[in-house]
Design a protein around this ligand. Structure first.
Ligand SMILES: Nc1nc2c(ncn2[C@@H]2O[C@H](COP(=O)(O)OP(=O)(O)OP(=O)(O)O)[C@@H](O)[C@H]2O)c(=O)[nH]1
Ligand SMILES: [Mg+2]
Length: 458
């Protein structure tokens, strides 16, 4: 595997585009020699090997023809005090695509290799500077779109989730050690009392479940929630999208079948990133374009985190509405009774039990705030505070669920009077599942998969 070779990697680490500063980063044993080969001081002389953790002003130039590429500040991070824990050199130039590409090409000619996506962070993990959950959170910090999403990601990057996971895992490993000691040295070690084993395993499971309690909210903060506006034609779906966005984004007309394509826009609700999706009105139609639109609507509804099922409250629930509602049974949904400025004939008793209903007017904006509150409550719930969210990554969630299920099996086996050697099998599975979150027991394939999601230069 390339990632285990101690080669030197290089990449443009700042976003492509125009900017005040752009950085080419080098990491690995030859970072300094490669960096120095491209660098001259302001007076044109070569920079002698610099002291650790220093920055130097000069020029970056092309060793092939001696031409200056740009002004540059070379920063030298002596291992292990760097992002990757390896020797790192950063060449900070002006933020120009052309400049940065030339510097990168020169570095590659001097023997560096182009970094894979996420390879700098991967090296930080492999060199033990960050555990896996913390390294994964780096990408979430970069991608966070709201304050709350950023806070959740930062907590993980700083190791709060890792700490919780490690504590649970240590409980399990402690139990396993005691069980195994009693099996291996039956004459010297007292077997663990079954009640004690059960109590400690159950406590570990309770901790895992506590972390999982807000995992769905964590996912929504991390990925954004898909909120799909659906309903019959002409009920005011596009008007509702525009009202939520506070801009005239989608075309609104009195002609049923106006919207034919899916329209998606981002917005934030109390720190929750939303993708608000307006769709073609659902009806049987012979028009080929509208038919495609209806098909797309159904696909969006399928993938929605929340459906805003919109009806015309001024006429009340129609038979067509009822058919559509029946199709959506079991989905997370809010019924929006629109056009109340024209009257409210919506009979809440005719709606599925427990479905939240919000009467409003997309035209006047009346009661829009109530809909926003209902969206937030439906997705996040009033009892979830962002500070409690530690799990947001689906991979972490799956591992935690696997661990909790394995502990549960272990407890069942202990209660049923199975030998502790049997109980230990599931405890071990649980400990391994948790180790995959922080990286203690993770496979190389998983690691590659995780870092491939990063951008180049990170
Ligand atoms: N009085 C009143 N009219 C509304 C309200 N919301 C929408 N309308 C009107 O209803 C008509 C249809 O609105 P749209 O937002 O285009 O409806 P739609 O559900 O997107 O329709 P399709 O895209 O055809 O499915 C337009 O004439 C809107 O001005 C409302 O709250 N009150
Ligand atoms: Mg529309």
């Amino acid at each position: 595997m390339a990632l285990l070779e101690p080669d030197t990697i290089a990449a443009i680490s700042t976003p492509l585009g125009e900017g005040g500063i752009g950085i080419v980063r080098l990491s690995g044993p030859r970072a300094l020699p490669v960096g120095l080969a491209l660098f001259r001081r302001a007076d044109g002389s070569a920079l002698p090997p610099p002291a650790a953790q220093t920055a130097h002003y000069g020029r970056v130039y092309n060793p092939l023809n001696g031409e200056t590429i740009d002004e540059c500040v070379l920063t030298w991070f002596h291992a292990p005090h760097s992002y990757t824990a390896e020797d790192v050199v950063e060449l900070a130039c002006h933020g120009s695509n052309l400049v940065l590409r030339r510097v990168l090409e020169a570095a590659l000619r001097e023997g560096a290799r182009l970094a894979e996506p996420g390879e700098f962070t991967q090296r930080a993990f492999l060199n033990g500077r960050l555990d896996l959950a913390r390294a994964e959170a780096v990408i979430d910090v970069i991608r966070a779109r709201t304050d709350v999403a950023l806070r959740v990601a930062t907590q993980q990057m700083e190791g709060q989730l890792s700490q919780e996971i490690r504590t649970i895992r240590e409980t399990l490993i402690g139990l396993l050690a005691e069980i195994e000691a009693a099996i291996d040295f039956p004459d010297d070690v007292e077997p663990l009392a079954t009640e004690g084993l059960i109590a400690r395993a159950e406590a570990a499971r309770a901790e895992a479940l506590l972390l999982l309690r807000h995992a769905e909210a964590g996912r929504l903060y991390r990925e954004g929630a898909a909120v799909v506006i659906a309903g019959r034609p002409n009920v005011g779906k596009s008007s509702l999208l525009n009202a939520l966005l506070r801009e005239s984004r989608a075309i609104v007309t009195e002609i049923p079948g106006t919207t034919r394509d899916v329209i998606e826009e981002s917005l934030h609700l109390r720190g929750l990133p939303l993708r608000a999706i307006d769709t073609a009105g659902l009806r049987a139609t012979a028009h080929p374009v509208e038919r495609i639109g209806v098909r797309r609507t159904r696909a969006e509804v399928e993938a929605a985190d929340l459906i805003l099922f919109t009806v015309d409250a001024s006429v009340g629930l129609t038979p067509e509405d009822s058919v559509l509602l029946a199709e959506l049974a079991g989905r997370r949904m809010i019924v929006v009774g629109n056009k109340i400025d024209l009257g409210d004939r919506l009979d809440a008793a005719a709606l599925p039990v427990g479905t939240p209903v919000v009467p409003l007017s997309a035209l006047t904006g009346a009661n829009l705030a109530a809909l926003e509150a209902a969206i937030y409550d439906s997705l996040i719930g009033a009892e979830t505070s962002a500070a409690e969210i530690l799990v947001s990554n689906t991979r972490h969630r799956r591992q935690l669920e696997e661990a909790a299920a394995a502990i549960e099996r272990a407890v069942e086996a202990a209660k049923a009077g199975f030998e502790q050697a049997v109980v230990a099998v599931d405890l071990k599975i649980a400990a391994e599942a948790l180790g995959e979150i922080t990286g203690e027991t993770v496979t190389e394939a998983t690691i590659s998969q995780i870092f491939a999601r990063f951008c180049v230069g990170k």
